[in-house]
Unconditional design. Structure first.
Length: 659
């Protein structure tokens, strides 16, 4: 959200290649517009057609949208289906049981391939094991697992028997795990003895024990443990059980539990800097429909593709674009246990070359860190790897800076692979605004246009549309099938958080955005609470970060605000260079150079008052920058928040000094 001038550099447009356009599922902008027109002319008919074409229904629906009690919308609510059946059985029954579903690469490089028939057998055995433990439809199961075939099996097994899973990222602390287990009222926790990341073993079962020993989790009857490393771990007789022993005692015949379309498939907790974590509740049918459609539209997935999403199953990206979307399409995908920098920063490129990945989906934070690695160590530059199997690139998690976009496009995609810069959220279930690889002209830094059926717009604080070219609040005006249904156990918080009365019934995304004055392309300017007000001028942190990263010295930047007696807020930038971290006079000289650069790119008002250099930024093990910690550092406060999920906690000391 900004009322400052646009960045000074020329707006570049990149067009999909002719071959990509000709072969794409949505081929050209006319095809995109035709789908949008269909949705506009008959909104419920559009979604009904797609749901009938793309999902297997045990009991077909007759109702499409129930909007009688907004914002608690229901989709296809009198239909019945099973998500696991739609992901596995349909392909086996179609004669595709021998096709590879998962290509699992462990941290040490060991590769395991699992066919659709094998995956169905594993899921069915474990689903029967859960039933033998008394887990039934509607029960909640918390999954605290490493990236693994078993993690996918656990999620699919819950879906098969109608249990609602809640996956907790394996980097979260015992306290965070405790809070989620308690709020969900979980009856079973599924975990592992340890996980392997970057050559290190990290205990999971020990953390589960610590979480449950905090009290208040009396609903948990069993802890099921996947033996990943074989490390010793404490076992509580009667409660703790081995996953492999439970599965071995069961048959591979587990008929699916047919559930209502609105049955909760999963809860996924989002956490902010303050307040209780929110259990985002997703449905079965609407969520799965959009997971499958976005695989078909955004990634143009084909039977011969090898798809790789580098996310963790602990995040929504891992749910939609690892566990459910690719399998619903019958695709073959890579599941990766490790990190992009182990044993060196060429790991991603080596895996693309080795497995012949054709669609690659990763986070801008990973791209920026690998840019720095390639600049400082030419041996791991992507030009040293054979990447010609790639045909589509994607980004997820946050807006990508134009400079990083262009590096990704040229160095990874060879200037020929469309980049789908996807905007969406845990709450939306799948992509909402994104280029389509065979249709949309691409602009670096812009997520471009909404998918067909998605009514995104930019409004002011009262819910009125703002003119294109003017910053505002991003909203979705109509309900869509994969939307959040509620916050688990707290419907009032759901209404207040996502449907505030002042916006007139629109879904509040929480992001600021601006639409280009000429073509209506969306650019995300940052979270609404990440809008800085400096001497009355509002600026999105993302545009300042993009300006900093466009400087040839800068690999990565994060911008936050701090109170200032004169300007109200001051801009504080944390910067990682493509070279070693400067100190003393050199640091002050480079900081001044960067301030001048931002002044040219945006305007003098956007110059950071503080610039702090680090070897890297404080990130979770999934690569997300922990900006709330940076806000504390910028204010000169002691960091008292939970830092257990940090990949690099020592960096906090380094980032303490302004230049």
């Amino acid at each position: 959200m900004s009322d400052t001038p646009a960045q000074a550099h020329e707006r570049k447009v990149y067009y999909p290649g002719a071959q990509t356009v000709q072969s794409a599922r949505i081929s050209g902008m006319d095809a995109y517009r035709a789908l949008c027109a269909e949705a506009q002319a008959d909104y419920t008919g559009f979604w009904a057609r797609l749901a009938r074409e793309h999902l297997h229904w045990q009991q077909p629906f007759t109702h499409v949208l129930d909007d009688s009690h907004p914002p608690f919308f229901k989709w296809f609510d009198d239909g019945r289906l099973n998500v696991s059946y739609n992901c596995l059985d349909v392909h086996v029954q179609a004669g595709q049981g021998g096709k590879t579903a998962l290509v699992f690469e462990a941290d040490d490089g060991t590769v395991t391939r699992v066919s659709y028939q094998e995956l169905l057998d594993k899921v069915s055995r474990f689903a029967n094991a859960l039933k033998a433990l008394g887990v039934k439809k509607g029960d909640r199961v918390v999954i605290y697992m490493p990236m693994s075939v078993e993690g996918v099996v656990a999620m699919q097994a819950c879906a098969r028997i109608g249990a609602t899973h809640s996956v907790v990222f394996g980097g979260f602390s015992a306290q965070s795990l405790h809070d989620r287990v308690q709020d969900a009222g979980a009856v079973v926790v599924i975990t592992a003895d340890e996980q392997r990341r970057g050559g290190k073993s990290l205990p999971l079962k020990t953390i589960v024990d610590e979480a449950l020993n905090m009290g208040g989790c009396e609903t948990v009857r069993h802890v099921v443990v996947y033996r990943r490393t074989g490390a010793d771990c404490a076992f509580q007789p009667g409660r703790d059980l081995w996953m492999h022993e439970l599965s071995a005692a069961q048959t591979a015949d587990c008929p699916p539990e047919w559930v209502e379309a609105e049955h909760p498939l999963f809860l996924l907790y989002t956490s902010g800097s303050t307040g209780k974590p929110k259990g985002v509740q997703h449905s079965s049918a609407g969520y799965l429909l959009w997971a499958k459609l976005t695989m078909l539209w955004t990634f143009d997935i084909r039977p011969e593709d090898l798809f790789w999403c580098t996310a963790d199953i602990g995040w929504v990206t891992g749910h939609t674009y690892i566990t459910y979307g690719p399998l619903a399409c019958g695709a073959t995908e890579v599941v990766f246990e490790g990190v992009p920098t182990y044993p060196d920063a060429g790991r991603f490129w080596k895996m693309i070359e080795q497995h012949k990945v054709s669609i690659f989906y990763t986070a801008p934070t990973a791209i920026r860190s690998l840019i720095k690695a390639a600049e400082t160590n030419p041996a791991v530059h992507p030009r040293n790897y054979k990447l010609d199997s790639l045909r589509i690139l994607g980004t997820v998690g946050e807006p990508i800076n134009p400079a990083a976009w262009e590096w990704y496009y040229e160095n990874i995609g060879g200037g020929r692979c469309p980049v789908v810069d996807t905007w969406w959220q845990t709450e939306t279930g799948g992509h909402m605004i994104t280029p389509l690889p065979g249709a949309t002209p691409m602009v670096p830094g812009s997520c471009t246009l909404p998918l067909p059926g998605i009514t995104a717009e930019v409004v002011d604080e009262t819910g009125h549309d703002v003119p294109w070219g003017t910053g505002g609040i991003l909203v979705i005006k109509k309900p869509w099938p994969s939307m959040i249904r509620t916050i688990w156990g707290d419907p009032e918080r759901f209404k207040k958080s996502y449907y505030p009365e002042e916006l007139g019934g629109y879904y509040l995304a929480g992001d600021g955005a601006v639409r280009d004055a000429t073509d209506g392309y969306f650019t995300i300017t940052g979270r609404i609470d990440d809008v800085l007000n400096v001497s009355g001028h509002r600026m999105g942190t993302m545009e300042i970060e993009s300006a900093l990263v466009s400087h040839p010295l800068v690999a990565e930047a994060a911008v936050v605000g701090r109170p200032d007696d004169i300007t109200g807020e001051a801009i504080c930038a944390f910067v990682v260079l493509k070279r070693s971290r400067p100190e003393g006079d050199e640091a002050r000289q480079i900081a001044n150079e960067l301030r001048q650069h931002v002044g040219v790119e945006i305007g003098p008002i956007a110059k950071p008052k503080d610039i702090r250099f680090g070897d890297n930024l404080p990130k979770t093990r999934s690569g997300k920058i922990m900006r709330r910690l940076l806000r504390s550092l910028a204010k000169g406060e002691a960091v008292t928040q939970d830092t257990s999920t940090l990949e690099n906690p020592a960096i906090l000391e380094q980032l303490g000094k302004a230049n």
